[in-house]
Design a protein. Structure first.
Length: 686
């Protein structure tokens, strides 16, 4: 700390002023490193771990038969809070690989790039345009990387996918968090074909930074297919017995290796003198005109590999980017190919290992992991991503690249984290409700007694009571109840006491009641947490309203409860360009959300997107098509689609900017679909 800062601190304290948060690193420095990336808003690792709120996972639906010891996880929520909850699972021994070892074996993340550059996706709309740049973007990633590191197995590996504009910052951050000695490799992936950029070299690659968690790691060498003329081009020599071979260099790479003289030649070699003698005795050495020894590598010894070991540049056919005419194209912005992910997964994990993708997007990591026999966890904060992944995992083809016959998926469960369905919570058995309530508000599950009163946990050192509405149906929590509790616990409870109960159970509206020196807080479900208990403002799980926002960074904090919007619409059939076209016109949209404890209402401006399942089976919504708000607005809040797509019934899902859904099942005849003995009407109101 320099003298100027020390003087400023003293003066502010004398005046009774608060110290700026950014001075924390100077006052409480973390472990000193030889170098680190310094920027505004950088938090201590200890604070990130301590202050990140762990929120419970609410199961929504399980697909496939229940697994005996593991079900793959697809989680809708902010990945920072979700990973804090997963860390609790790891500590409890619930995050296991098939061999019983704890922690994630491989992490792959493809976070949004802070480039402010437009990428083009479907309908020539920008695929995304990141809103957060510079220090804020780097800290966003760094906080998540801290949680990821703690989730990893001791021999785990992380692969971070980044473009050229931010990779240099990220490399420094990864060196800080994982240690420079744990840097394994940098892989250059050719992400697009050659193109011409005005006044600059065409950018056609992304970078994969690979780090290990500790001194040991899983590594399975991957091979790139031989070029068609590889054998003829390189294996040009032949022994007397007809064996084909090529000569390979025995000089130590970069001048490194044991230094000695071999038959008059002194240099650093790849092998020891003992191994050199073995090669000589076996007739494996070939000498150039200058007397330099080279090793004979026989074709029949490496032919079975099917290719050369993968190097640091990946541009072969197996890892090509997804294009519109490939079998696996989903039309999802920034989708990566299964071939790319398959190579990463095979390289750094084994069958039965746990693979995590915290920015799951279209689900390529999860699909490849499933096909390769790995366990998986996918997290995303976007409903579009979640429904895309759900459909993809239920309709997998057997082989990488979406080829081959269909395969049955391994069991996986969809969870909500941060946006909850209160109607389902109320139905939980008491012990499950108690556990959920404690976790929701970040309380420790710590049963204890004060004055004979049974209490359930602790929140920041203060006692917590979870009201048992199962045992006390119809009973209210009113001011008299608070008086009774105070009579039992008195000042022995300290200065704070928390009561968690369904919102409708409380008979008073204020957030707390003061009795003597004790403040009794009401923590209502559903309700956002009281402001003064937390250092940060709560934020919602923002949903995109155009393609440009699909991969926006979302930094949500806290939790809220589902409140379906109210919708009004008109559907029907018309003639367009000589063909029958079905349509839906949105005529009314009203959203409601509880943000930071306040009721927020909105109209069409709060509409995010409309999703369709054109042949809904009455059980499972499978995403067939979606329209962003900007597309609907440009068409006077109307969308059209071919009549022949319409089945017996259609499910339309209307989503607001906070992730709330209104689901409408609409008979196909209302869109003009013809069924036996029935004739559809031209227009219909909904």
């Amino acid at each position: 700390m320099n003298d100027e800062l020390r003087h400023l601190i003293i003066e502010k304290l004398r005046r009774g002023e608060e110290l700026p948060a950014e001075w924390a690193r100077e006052l409480f420095p973390s472990e000193k490193r030889e170098y680190e990336l310094v920027y505004h808003g950088k938090e201590r690792e200890e604070d990130v771990l301590a202050e990140t709120m762990a929120i419970p996972l609410q199961p929504v639906r399980t697909f496939g038969k229940n697994g005996h010891d593991w079900q793959n996880l697809l989680i809708f929520g902010d990945n920072l809070q979700v990973m804090r909850s997963l860390l609790e699972m790891k500590k409890a021994g619930k995050l296991l690989n098939a061999d019983g070892s704890p922690g994630v074996r491989l992490v792959y993340i493809d976070p949004p790039f802070a480039t402010k550059q437009d990428f083009h996706g479907t309908s020539d709309q920008k695929a995304y345009q990141d809103k957060i740049a510079g220090a804020k973007f780097i800290e966003f990633l760094r906080k998540r990387l801290i949680l990821i590191r703690e989730l990893m197995a001791p021999n785990g590996t992380i692969c971070v996918h980044m473009d050229l504009r931010a990779v240099h910052y990220l490399k420094t951050i990864l060196d800080e968090l994982f240690g420079e000695p744990n840097f394994l490799c940098e892989i250059i992936w050719k992400s697009t074909s050659a193109h011409s950029d005005a006044k600059r070299v065409g950018a056609i690659h992304h970078t994969l930074l690979v780090y290990n968690r500790g001194p040991e790691w899983v590594w399975n060498t991957q091979y790139v297919p031989y070029a068609a003329d590889y054998k003829e081009k390189y294996y040009r020599y032949k022994d007397k017995d007809g064996r084909l071979w090529k000569s390979t260099d025995l000089t130590g790479p970069g001048g490194r290796g044991p230094i000695y003289v071999w038959k008059g030649v002194k240099r650093a070699w790849r092998v020891t003198t003992e191994n050199m003698r073995k090669y000589e005795k076996a007739g494996r050495l070939f000498y150039t005109r200058n007397g330099i020894p080279r090793l004979k590598q026989y074709w029949d010894e490496i032919e079975h590999r099917g290719g050369l070991p993968a190097q640091s540049i990946w541009d072969d056919k197996e890892v090509q980017t997804v294009v519109s005419w490939t079998d696996e194209g989903l039309g999802y912005p920034t989708q990566k190919s299964e071939g790319l992910l398959a190579r990463i997964i095979k390289q750094s994990s084994n069958s039965g290992d746990l693979v995590l993708d915290a920015f799951a997007g279209s689900g390529t990591t999860l699909a490849a992991a499933e096909k390769l026999g790995r366990r998986w966890i996918g997290i995303d904060c976007g409903k579009l991503a979640i429904y895309t992944i759900q459909k993809r995992m239920l309709n997998l083809s057997r082989d990488i690249g979406n080829k081959g016959p269909r395969r049955d998926p391994q069991p996986f469960t969809l969870h909500n984290a941060g946006l909850y369905d209160f109607s389902k919570l109320k139905e939980l058995p008491w012990e499950d409700w108690r556990f959920f309530a404690l976790k929701l508000f970040g309380c420790k599950d710590e049963p204890h007694k004060i004055g004979g009163l049974k209490l359930d946990g602790k929140l920041k050192g203060a006692s917590v009571l979870v009201f048992n509405h199962h045992e006390n149906p119809g009973k209210r929590v009113d001011e008299e109840t608070i008086q009774d509790i105070h009579s039992a616990v008195g000042k022995r409870v300290g200065t704070k006491f928390f009561i968690i109960a369904p919102r409708g159970v409380f008979d008073f509206q204020q957030d707390y009641i003061d009795l003597d020196t004790v403040r009794y807080y009401a923590l209502r479900i559903p309700y956002s947490v009281i402001h003064e208990l937390h250092q940060r403002e709560f934020a919602a799980l923002a949903q995109p309203s155009d393609e440009g926002a699909v991969n926006d960074i979302v930094d949500a904090w806290g939790f809220d409860f589902i409140q379906p919007p109210t919708v009004g619409y008109e559907v029907g059939c018309r003639r367009a360009k000589g063909e029958s076209e079905s349509f839906l016109k949105l005529k009314k949209f009203q959203s409601r959300a509880r943000l930071r404890g306040q009721e927020v209402r909105g109209g069409l401006e709060s509409f995010s997107m409309l999703m369709f399942d054109f042949d809904y089976d009455g059980n499972l919504f499978e995403l067939d098509c979606f329209y962003f708000a900007h597309q609907m607005k440009e068409s006077d809040w109307e969308c059209g689609f071919p009549l022949q797509k319409i089945g017996k019934q259609v499910m339309a899902v209307f989503i607001d900017l906070h992730g709330n859904e209104a689901r409408e099942v609409i008979p196909g005849v209302r869109f003009g679909a013809k069924l036996k003995g029935k004739k559809g009407r031209g227009k219909s109101e909904g």
